[in-house]
Design a protein around this ligand. Structure first.
Ligand code: PLP
Length: 383
């Protein structure tokens, strides 16, 4: 039986050819493809700069360091996210503080952010859950009023847009943030195997990110002239978070197909909507007029009466080769967080309610119509 996962990469022969080309050159890491990919990504998002690194988690970590998060600081994020978001705050020594979500779209609720701001708060990390942009103009206003930095976790949202003052704004353009983070893990919109990026419009942040990605090493033309061509300085404690040239060749080739991939995701969403719209057992995601989701995940939400059947439905789909998933177990309920920060079930009721109801079903560009129909059939036969 062929397994249908909830998400999967699409790699074709042109992608492979681009990678092979780089493998035959002298530069398999730190070569020209990195700049090329960064420029293409910045152009796509409408930002001035992009810095590519070894993973989305590394990108989040560096973004947190670039705004000087550290011991004694707090950063506000959502409990409805992948562990990487709050963990990257923890890596810097700062404390992640959770703010509950808005039930309808599962994004962080700006009203809840306001309640969590203290004198120690330094940054907000909103996550564009499932590909639906957060209310960035509102979050931006809150940040400005309180002197906070914003790092968008857009690992689900490459290609997503939202409308503000009757203009469409692309996620990653950093119109309402300091930096935006992407992941190129195989389940995301485009892949480099492992990989990630930060976009920004701020030159200082850009230079800091470049430095931190490679051991905090700084070098410029003036130094080379005065002290010798070999000369460099370590100005901060950085890491080896570099991405390789052949990964960037793959990223570049993938980026060319991004818009078509999102189009195909939409087609599948339309098929799901058509077949599921009259069902009595679960609610469907709703795309408001002022957002264009990148449709990273397709989540159904079981109605309250049926949440006890989620385990059975999950098991049945699994038996038929359909690997549904649950995104996410609220982070504050993880044993590590419970022990370290004394958080518990009940602390974030909206996120917890969402968790009990949600189920992610397959959505990725190479999912065939026949398999979409199979997913629909299996779900409809159960409910
Ligand atoms: C995938 C993901 C990350 C981490 O990305 P990696 O590239 O796997 O390190 C961070 N945040 C969210 C919301 C993600 O989905």
């Amino acid at each position: 039986m062929k397994i249908i996962s909830y998400g999967k990469q699409s790699i074709d022969s042109s992608d492979i050819a681009e990678v092979v080309k780089v493998l035959k050159t002298d530069w398999i890491t730190q070569g020209p493809k990195i700049d090329e990919f960064e420029n293409a990504l910045a152009k796509y998002c409408g930002s001035k700069y992009a810095v590519c690194v070894s993973s989305g988690t590394a990108a989040l970590h560096l973004a947190c360091l670039a705004v000087r998060l550290g011991k004694g600081d707090e950063a506000i994020t959502t409990p409805m996210t992948f562990l990487a978001t709050p963990n990257s705050i923890l890596y810097t020594g700062a404390r992640p503080v959770f703010a509950d979500i808005n039930y309808e779209i599962a994004n962080i609720d700006p009203a809840e952010i306001k309640k969590k701001i203290t004198s120690k708060t330094k940054a907000i990390l909103p996550v564009h859950f499932a590909g639906f942009p957060c209310d960035m103009p509102e979050i931006y206003k809150i940040a400005k009023n309180n002197g906070l930095k914003i790092i968008e976790d857009a690992c689900h949202a490459l290609g997503a847009e939202y409308k503000h003052n009757s203009k469409w704004i692309k996620v990653g353009s950093c119109k309402h943030s300091d930096m935006t983070v992407f992941s190129f893990h195989p389940v995301k919109h485009i892949t480099t195997g492992e990989g990630g990026a930060v976009t920004t419009n701020n030159r200082k942040l850009y230079e800091k990110l470049c430095m931190l990605r490679t051991h905090g090493i700084y070098k410029n033309k003036k130094m080379s002239k005065e002290k010798g061509l070999w000369y460099y300085e370590m100005r901060a404690l950085g890491y080896n978070y570099r991405i390789t040239d052949f990964q960037c060749a793959l990223g570049l080739s993938q980026l060319k197909k991004l818009n078509n991939c999102i189009k195909r995701r939409r087609e599948i969403v339309n098929m799901y909507e058509k077949e599921f719209k009259n069902n009595k057992f679960f609610d469907l995601p709703v795309e408001k007029r002022y957002v264009r989701s990148s449709w990273h995940l397709y989540q159904i939400k079981l109605k309250y009466k049926y949440i006890n059947q989620k385990k059975e439905l999950f098991k049945k789909l699994h038996k038929h080769g359909i690997r549904a998933q649950v995104h996410y177990i609220p982070v504050h309920t993880q044993p590590y967080y419970r022990e370290r920060f004394n958080t518990k079930w009940g602390d974030y009721p909206v996120a917890e309610d969402y968790y009990h109801k949600c189920l992610t079903i397959p959505l990725f560009p190479s999912l065939s119509n026949a398999n979409v129909k199979k997913v629909i059939r299996e779900i409809n036969s159960y409910v």
